[in-house]
Design a protein around this ligand. Structure first.
Ligand code: GLU
Length: 437
């Protein structure tokens, strides 16, 4: 048997790459990369009615977006091709015919059916689920080739996994019940059985199987919500697997290094969106400014902000000022919108909370504040504290209106840092608009 680890991700192109598929793809990828083995992408498109080339393309694009590459597949070829089941029909017919010739299968019209022998104990030691035994008489005869000439899943998967020299079959736990049937086919053809590692089910927070009811299901929906590949990658990696210690946030390289199939748990994994947000934010924080800019910019544009009024230097600096705020790129775009245009502030804030007495105080304060010779964070800070102290005012009473007039939000980076970033003229313009000067 081949010494090299060969695993495969075998999606049916009947929908976009969903969370469960991405999870399976990721675990196969991790195991391949950890062992310096190979990941094969095989398209299981025998359902001619539901399979489309578009879905095949979105699945591949979804994998690439997650940073999962493969070593053999329909797009790049390889020694074991073709990699679409619809292009391998001859092979399925050849082995089915062999079983008919040997008297192990029978024909029913154009269909070919495997006759399940009685009294056979079908055994496998799942890497995750442990020892599993099924008696053959509990199984019905297995259709190999349907009357339309197409192979069934349980048959084609065996022919392919064998012919492609797959050493580990890593897939969702919903396939555990298929495994004994597949083992029967391996045995009938006299083939060695690969190792199986079934991955735990993914549940929503309500402990029900993850589905549309829980919100987004396709990987692309998460992208569109502002999750970044590193965040989703990391989050999916710890669904059903842990590195052993408390460590939950890691890079791709660290995951490859640490990953071990034997540490995958069979306990169903809960898809915790709070954790996803947290992990995404941790990765977003550590990103290079320009890299972050590329990811945030589309969200500014989506809400119609005049991004082109600014240089890339300015925009990247705006995100640096924002710091680690925002759990997603969408939130980061939203939390920094006032750095792109004053218009959003005007929409959010009308200064109706400031009464006449307060306005008089603010007028006096800002007149002097804008007269500061040195427009530095330190000087703004010192001046404001002293000014408030001399008049026995709370600093907050000066800073809150200032924050609102400049940003239109309650929470932002330090307001003097924002003022410094926007520059004196822009700050003046904003304060003037609210008659604060
Ligand atoms: N096409 C099957 C699926 O998407 C593959 C299952 C397997 O990995 O054996 O569920």
């Amino acid at each position: 048997m081949n010494e090299q680890v060969r695993v495969r991700f075998a999606p049916s192109p009947t929908g976009a790459l969903h969370i469960g598929g991405g999870h399976t793809a990721l675990f196969n990828w991790l195991w391949a990369r950890h062992n310096k083995g190979r990941l094969i992408l095989r398209i299981e498109d025998t359902d001619r009615l539901r399979s489309t080339k578009e879905y095949e393309d979105t699945i591949m694009a979804g994998m690439k977006w997650l940073g999962l590459d493969w070593d053999e597949g329909p797009d790049i070829g390889g020694e074991y091709g073709p990699y679409r089941q619809s292009e391998r029909l001859e092979l399925y017919h050849k082995y089915a015919q062999q079983l008919v010739d040997e008297g192990k299968a029978y024909m029913e019209g154009p269909a070919i059916i495997y006759r399940v022998p009685h009294g056979k104990k079908l055994v496998f030691d799942d890497v995750v689920y442990g020892h599993i035994e099924v008696m053959s008489e509990t199984l019905k005869d297995i259709v190999l080739i349907k009357s339309d000439g197409m192979p069934t899943y349980n048959y084609a998967v065996v022919v392919d996994d064998h012919c492609m020299d797959i050493t580990y079959v890593i897939r969702g736990e919903d396939h555990i019940s298929n495994t004994p049937k597949q083992i029967l086919v391996y045995d009938a053809l006299g083939w060695e059985v690969p190792k199986f590692a079934h991955l735990p089910m993914i549940l929503g927070k309500d402990k029900k199987k993850l589905s549309k009811r829980h919100g987004a299901t396709s990987v692309y929906e998460y992208r569109d919500q502002g999750f970044i590949p590193e965040g989703i990658f990391n989050f999916l990696a710890i669904l059903g697997w842990s590195a052993g210690d408390e460590k939950e946030v890691f890079s791709r390289e660290e995951a490859v290094e640490l990953f071990d199939l034997s540490r995958v748990t069979k306990k169903a994994a809960v898809f915790d969106t709070d954790k996803l947000h947290y992990i995404n934010q941790e990765h977003l924080k550590t990103m290079e400014p320009y890299e972050r800019l590329d990811l945030v910019e589309p969200f500014w544009r989506e809400t119609g902000l005049p991004v082109d009024d600014h240089s890339r230097e300015y925009l990247a600096a705006a995100l640096t000022l924002l710091g680690g705020r925002g759990r997603t790129t969408r939130e980061a775009a939203h939390y920094s919108d006032y750095l792109i245009t004053f218009d959003v502030v005007k929409e959010r804030y009308d200064a109706s909370d400031v009464d006449e007495d307060n306005r008089k105080i603010l007028n006096l304060f800002f007149a002097e504040f804008l007269g500061l010779e040195n427009w530095s964070i330190e000087e703004m800070e010192d001046f404001t504290r002293n000014w408030a102290k001399e008049r026995e005012l709370k600093v907050k009473n000066l800073l809150m209106p200032m924050r609102w007039a400049i940003t239109g939000v309650k929470v932002s980076p330090g307001i003097f840092e924002v003022a410094d970033f926007l520059g004196k003229d822009e700050v003046k313009r904003r304060l003037e608009f609210y008659n604060f000067i």
